[in-house]
Ligand binder design. Structure first.
Ligand code: ADP
Ligand code: MG
Length: 356
């Protein structure tokens, strides 16, 4: 008989909600640990623990309730994940998070992978580590560029565009932080690969998704991507190499740029389910969320089957009000994340439209 499992999820936003719903479908219980009392996942989990992430008593209570732990966002302090892993398995493993939650060590990992898989043609944007303004001056060949904080950035937060040398003087840098300066790529396209790796080294790789960003926030994603087949195949192969090299268990995402000369460049890796994979809920037999739960709970891999082409539109900030009043036809799926507070640039929901 299959033993009933309970998964602990750190973070209670929309990703935690969708992970909990996927687990429910598989008869797996979830306990959400969140530092937001009103976190949306409240509604979908079997138990909700509200606490600061650093409260070790609450962590102990959480750990005692679950068989294993995963997380919905990569910025969970590494020390906390490492602490939890002394008592229960944490998947994907904390050392992966440690690498990826810091843009500089993430890029070093990717560089290292390039060295190992020479013929995979893995490329990155040009970048440099920045500690103060003089480092920007030393790297002015990277301008125009994007200055990104090493840690804690998401949805374009913690990013500044520097167009030219003259703008360096006016910049307000927080000297307690370190940054990565990346040369601005003349983007032709952006794509992402959602991949789930299971403990027996088998992988499920979804069809590449094309992504459109506005003001550094994902606006829409769709399949099929309008990009040549060789590039798409290469992106999938590279994502598989990253997942293998990391010894990753669960669902992850690799974001890519395609520049004006059709070069494929790795932008970043997300060690979690990803916004660009939301369309898999309606477009596939198995969603990225279900696959994550299957992989971390050591359930059987189910062959992926795309049922529909699809487009997903993010609903941001005040836009949610109109969607809440709308009616939808049977090929449209509206997801309201149920966030109490409407904030500018906050992802409030999404709409997936299936191609008939
Ligand atoms: P986040 O962690 O916020 O997702 P990203 O580094 O992925 O940060 O940046 C968000 C978006 O900003 C990208 O998807 C892309 O549209 C744009 N962007 C980021 N870096 C660059 C770059 N070097 N050149 C051109 N556009 C960029
Ligand atoms: Mg990104």
């Amino acid at each position: 008989m299959f033993k009933e499992q309970t998964v602990g999820i750190i973070g209670g936003g929309q990703l935690g909600s969708m992970l909990s719903q996927a687990a429910n479908k598989l008869n797996i219980k979830t306990v959400i640990f969140s530092d937001d009392k009103e976190a949306p996942a409240h509604k979908f989990c079997n138990k909700f623990i509200y606490s600061e992430y650093s409260n070790l008593n609450k962590i102990e209570e959480f750990v005692n309730l679950v068989d294993l732990v995963t997380f919905e966002f990569e910025n969970v302090p590494f020390k906390i994940l490492e602490h939890i892993s002394k008592f229960k398995p944490v998947l994907p493993k904390p050392s992966i998070n440690q690498i990826i939650q810091d843009r500089f060590t993430e890029k070093k990992f990717i560089r290292n992978t390039i060295g190992i898989f020479n013929n995979a043609d893995i490329r990155l944007t040009n970048y440099a580590l920045i500690k103060d303004k003089s480092d920007i001056l030393k790297n002015k060949d990277l301008l125009p560029g994007l200055l990104k904080t090493r840690t804690l950035g998401y949805d374009g937060k913690g990013q500044l565009i520097i167009n030219n040398e003259k703008e360096i003087d006016k910049l307000e840098l927080n000297l307690k932080k370190e940054y990565v300066l990346e040369k601005k790529v003349n983007l032709k396209k952006e794509i992402s690969i959602i991949i789930t790796r299971f403990s027996n080294n088998e992988c499920s790789i979804y069809e590449p998704v094309e992504n459109h960003h506005v003001d550094q926030i994902l606006r829409k994603s769709f399949i099929p991507a309008n990009v040549n087949k060789d590039t798409l195949k290469k992106a999938q192969q590279q994502a598989k190499l990253f997942a293998e090299k990391l010894n990753y268990i669960g669902t992850m995402c690799v974001e890519y740029f395609i520049d004006e000369n059709d070069n494929l460049l790795v932008n970043e890796i997300a060690p979690r389910v990803h916004n660009s994979g939301h369309l898999t809920i309606n477009a596939y037999n198995v969603s990225q969320f279900e696959n994550h739960i299957r992989a971390i709970c050591n359930l059987k891999k189910v062959e992926l089957n795309k049922i529909h082409n699809a487009e997903m539109i993010n609903i941001i900030g005040k836009e949610i009000a109109d969607y809440r009043k709308k009616s939808f036809n049977k090929s449209e799926f509206f997801f309201d994340y149920g966030k109490k507070e409407v904030k500018d640039k906050r992802k409030m929901g999404h709409l997936t439209i299936l191609e008939s």
